[in-house]
Design a protein around this ligand. Structure first.
Ligand code: FES
Length: 116
């Protein structure tokens, strides 16, 4: 996860996600993009991961899914996703779009995935 220097100002596409210290290892929270999109932000073993809060199978919220060893389980039907790349462990064609996580002066920022 990149840590930005104070000389590197966030670009306008970045989404503010609060203070990094407020989300300890094992923590998670929802962040809402200016357009209203829901993003699930997790701290797993000190690393931050952010993904679209919508399962690509049928659109369920992933927010209450269990997470073990970087694998997040969809609470609706049980599909599991690697939170490092968003890929479904059973069906590699199913992907959850990931947001890049950045830290600037202790604050978390999320960069949306590129959409063509
Ligand atoms: S909606 Fe997530 S597995 Fe079906």
């Amino acid at each position: 996860m990149p840590v930005l220097s104070t000389a590197t100002l966030p670009d306008t596409a970045l989404i503010a996600a609060g203070e990094a210290r407020d989300l300890p290892p094992g923590g998670r929270k929802l962040v809402f993009a200016p357009g209203g999109e829901s993003i699930l932000l997790l701290n797993v073993e000190g690393e931050f991961y952010a993904l679209e809060n919508s399962c690509p199978h049928a659109g369920a919220s992933m927010a209450s899914g269990s997470c073990e060893a970087h694998v997040l389980r969809c609470p609706a039907h049980g599909l599991q996703f690697n939170i490092k790349n968003g890929q479904c462990t059973a069906s590699p064609g199913l992907l959850i779009p990931m947001y890049e996580t950045l830290i600037l002066d202790g604050k978390l920022w999320l960069r949306p995935p590129f959409k063509a």
